[in-house]
Design a protein around this ligand. Structure first.
Ligand code: SF4
Length: 444
C-alpha cells in the first residue's frame, strides 16, 4: 500500500507553544550578517561541516542578493540543508570553527544564514534538481530518515529509480518526530521532504519491510538496497515503577509534543529527566520552555563525563534547570498509578568504574519522569538479511562505501553509528549513494 505522506498537521500541537531558538533573519539582518564574513580561503567552517557546504560562497551569494544561487550552493552539498540549518550543533561545527572566534568576535551565524537562503528558495517553490537520465537500475531505501533521504536524492539525481519504504505514517525519521521543537518544527521537516520527493523519488509510508512486504520480494525487484532504519524505542531503565503514568521515554514524549497535543505542562510541578546525552539536555530545556516550575536532570556519572554538548548544558543551567550528578535511580515511586517521585542513590567512581554509595539512598519528589537512556537497537530486519554482520546491535559496513558484508546491501545512519547528528547521517547517506552508483553502473 502506498500512502501519501503529506498528511495535514491539523491537530493542535504542543510543539507550537515553543519559540524558535534561532528565528528566521529578515533581509536586512541577513545581508548585514553576511557582510561580516571574511570569505576565507580554505575556510575552516567548510572543513568543519560533514557535508562540506561551500560556506564562504553561499554567504557571499546572500551578500550580493543572489539568494537562489546561495540555496543551490547549500543544497548541492547537503540536500537536507534546511533541517541541518535548524538542528546542527553549529557551535561545535561550522560556527565553532569560524575564524572570528580567534579574533575575539562573534562567529558568523552560518546556520541562520543557511536557513534564510533555503527558506527563501522553498517559499518560491524552486526545484533545483531533477532526476538524471535513466540508467535502468532500481534501488530500494528502507527507512526515510536523513541517511535514507540523502541517499535517495543522490541516487535519483544520478538517474536511478528509487523507492523509499517507511514503516511509519509520516517520513523523516527523527527529523520529523524527535528533533527538539524549539530547534525544528515538524512541518519544516515535512516541507523539506516534499522538496526532496520532487526530485523524482517515490516514498511509500506505512509499509514495514519484512512484515508487510517480504524482503525476498524486495531483493527480486531491486538491484541494490540501502538500510537506514535508525534505532528503536527508548531503552528501559529496568527498575520498578517504569510503567506508572507520568513516566515515559524521551523520544516517545518528544514525538507526542511534536505531533499532537497530549501533553499538558500546566499539570506538572516537578519533572526529572534521567540521562546525560544531548537528548536528555534537549528534554530539560523543552520542559523549562514549557514553564514547568522545577526541572532536574539526573545523571549517574560526573558532569565531566556527560556526553551532551557543554554549550547546551550551560544554556540549560542558565534557563534554571537543576542537575543531580553521580546519582542513579533505583525505583520510580508512585501512588494511585501515578508518579510521585524517584528513589535515588549516589554513585562514586569515574571513567567506567561506577559503584553505588551504600546508605546514600534518598527519595526525590517529582510528578513526571522522562527516561533518556538511549534507544533500543532494531534487530528484527537484520536477522532476515543473509550475511549481514552485526556488532553490538549495529550494522557493520565498509567505512568509505557503506557496503555491508552482503554486497546487495548498503547501510548508514543511526543503525550503523548508534546515534549521530542529522548532518552526519546526511553525509554518510550521500557517500553510500555514490558507492551504490558505481556498483550499479558496473552491473549494466
Ligand atoms: Fe566566513 Fe567564518 Fe567561514 Fe571565514 S570561517 S568564511 S569568516 S564563516
Amino acid at each position: 500500500m502506498s500512502v501519501s505522506f503529506v498528511e495535514k498537521l491539523e491537530c493542535p500541537r504542543t510543539e507550537l507553544l515553543f519559540e524558535e531558538s534561532k528565528p528566521l533573519f529578515n533581509k536586512d539582518q541577513a545581508v548585514s550578517e553576511a557582510s561580516r564574513c571574511l570569505f576565507c580561503s580554505d575556510a575552516p567552517c567548510m572543513q568543519a561541516c560533514p557535508t562540506h557546504i561551500n560556506v564562504p560562497l553561499f554567504i557571499r551569494q546572500i551578500m550580493t542578493e543572489n539568494l537562489n544561487g546561495s540555496a543551490k550552493t547549500i543544497l548541492s552539498a547537503n540536500i537536507m540543508g534546511l533541517s541541518c540549518a535548524h538542528a546542527c550543533p553549529v557551535e561545535v561545527l561550522c560556527e565553532g570553527a569560524c575564524v572570528m572566534n580567534k579574533e575575539g568576535k562573534e562567529a558568523i551565524h552560518i546556520g541562520r544564514l543557511q536557513r534564510y537562503a533555503v527558506e527563501n528558495a522553498y517559499a518560491k517553490g524552486i526545484n533545483f534538481f531533477s532526476k538524471g537520465n535513466s540508467t535502468g537500475k532500481k534501488a530500494a531505501i528502507i527507512g526515510s530518515g536523513p541517511a535514507g533521504l540523502s541517499c535517495a536524492a543522490e541516487l535519483a539525481r544520478l538517474g536511478h529509480e528509487v523507492v523509499v519504504y517507511e514503516s511509519r505514517r509520516i517520513p523523516g525519521g527523527l527529523d520529523s518526530t524527535a528533533v527538539a521543537p524549539y530547534k525544528l518544527f515538524s512541518d519544516a521537516a515535512l516541507k523539506e521532504i516534499a522538496f526532496i520527493q520532487r526530485i523524482g523519488i517515490e516514498i511509500k509510508t506505512g509499509i514495514t519491510i519484512g512484515k508487510d512486504f517480504a524482503l525476498s520480494e524486495l531483493e527480486k525487484q531491486y538491484d541494490l538496497i540501502f538500510v537506514g532504519i535508525g534505532l528503536g524505542q527508548d531503552s528501559l531503565l529496568k527498575i520498578p515503577g517504569e510503567d506508572l503514568t507520568g513516566c515515559m521515554g524521551v523520544v516517545e514524549w518528544i514525538e507526542n509534543i511534536k505531533r499532537n497535543n497530549s501533553f499538558n505542562p500546566g499539570s506538572i510541578q516537578s519533572a526529572a529527566v534521567i540521562g546525560g546525552g544531548n537528548t536528555a539536555i534537549d528534554a530539560v530545556r523543552e520542559l523549562k520552555k514549557l514553564k514547568v516550575p522545577k526541572v532536574t536532570l539526573i545523571y549517574r556519572r560526573t558532569e565531566r563525563e556527560m556526553s551532551g554538548y557543554k554549550h547546551e548544558k550551560d544554556r540549560a543551567a542558565q534557563e534554571g534547570v537543576e542537575f543531580l550528578f553521580q546519582t542513579t535511580p533505583l525505583e520510580i515511586l508512585g501512588s494511585g498509578g501515578r508518579v510521585t517521585g524517584i528513589k535515588l542513590v549516589k554513585t562514586k567512581g569515574e571513567d567506567g568504574r561506577l559503584s553505588v554509595v551504600s546508605g546514600s539512598e534518598f527519595n526525590f519528589l517529582c510528578d513526571f519522569v522522562l527516561k533518556a537512556a538511549g534507544q533500543e537497537k532494531l534487530s528484527g530486519l537484520f536477522s532476515q538479511i543473509k550475511n549481514l554482520k552485526i556488532e553490538n546491535g549495529l550494522i557493520k559496513v565498509h567505512p568509505e562505501t557503506f557496503q555491508t558484508d552482503n554486497p546487495k546491501y548498503y547501510a548508514a545512519g543511526d543503525c550503523v553509528s548508534g546515534g549521530e547528528e542529522v548532518v552526519n547521517s546526511v553525509a554518510d547517506g550521500k557517500k553510500a549513494a555514490k558507492a551504490m552508483h558505481q556498483s550499479l553502473l558496473k552491473g549494466k
